[in-house]
Design a protein around this ligand. Sequence first.
Ligand SMILES: [Zn+2]
Length: 414
Amino acid sequence: MELAKFSMGIGDRFGRQGKAQLEAFVLAGQKGANIIPVWNKSNREHLIVHTEPSEVRLEADAAVKVLGWKHPYHVDADHIGMKTVDRFLAPSDFFTIDVADFIGKPAEESAITSLVKDLHKLCGSPAIAHLSSPIKIDEAAITRVGKKYLAAVQEAGRVFKHIAQAKGADRCIIEVSMDETDSPQTPDELLLILAAIGREGIPIQTIAPKFTGRFNKGVDYVGNVEQFEKEFNDDLAVIAYSVKEFGLPKNLKLSVHSGSDKFSIYQPIRRAIKKHDAGLHIKTAGTTWLEEIGAVAEADEAGLALVREMYGEALKRFDELCGPYASVIDIKRERLPSVETLNHCSGADIAAAIRHEPHSPKFNSDLRQLLHVGYKLASERKDRFNALLDKHAAFVGKHVTYNLFNRHIEKLFC
Ligand SMILES: [Zn+2]
């Protein structure tokens, strides 16, 4: 099973926007951009909203059937590990093996010695085309990367074997993610990590490193865009080299776990993939839910009341909601409107505060981030929320499709 050159991770906390999301890919096709949808939902999300991975498969299959989608599509077991993978095995065909927790854990001394021996041929300055500056490797660098990453690579190998045993190695797409960790991986670290992954025999088709800068949930990139562009280009050069040298699948590509909506790096990414003729997997899963609440707030009085109620609750339960996402959000509490303020705002104003139009004077990125991680509150009011989504399905769906196509796909691929 081979992942296409361009693919996008999409998502849907409450499982009702499958068709609206797929419509964005149909629009892309009409504009000549063939992007493959990958429905993803992490274990964390399933636990918070009490859903099962099999429901994601049903949603994807139903959307594909209704729209007559003729291209591939996949269902991603997003951020799984050995402890969580089992209930994803049957419904998923894409597995994002998250080994961030194993970064920095010590591997056996003998394993590191043998890694250094095997990778010794890379010492010096490997002939990697299109790098911004040459990468220099020595034994100390291999040892350092081995100490930091080898345990993580070994764990990815164990999880891959477990998946392959259950499904067959050729019936799954494997991604390895290292993004949810403290420090970014530099291009030279990426080179050695890929060498170790190839040596471990893991047929990865995408790798999600942590890039430089902050990837806060649901809002734009924060960091040095020039530096990002340089590293992203170097990463692509390293991947092309690694495919040839380490026996990795030829369609291996970068996966950008964007945390959604990194508008300011879309142009640099677009330039880079064009320049290197590279593929791309980009995850932008979380914002479907934000489109839902924006639309619900605007749709009618009951929707507006529910959104105000959830916001009031979100302020009270701030720490509980933000806790699991602490490393990927950055909310200035003093910029959050009070409940009283929100009670005097119209549905349209609340929607404008939530929707990601960074140049709109009404947009409030702090409010947006809080609601982004506050989806638990809707799951606690599931019946009311779902009834509103169903009642206003066409209106909500229009916003979901617009968001995915106009704000993301068109800017990256069309
Ligand atoms: Zn991620």
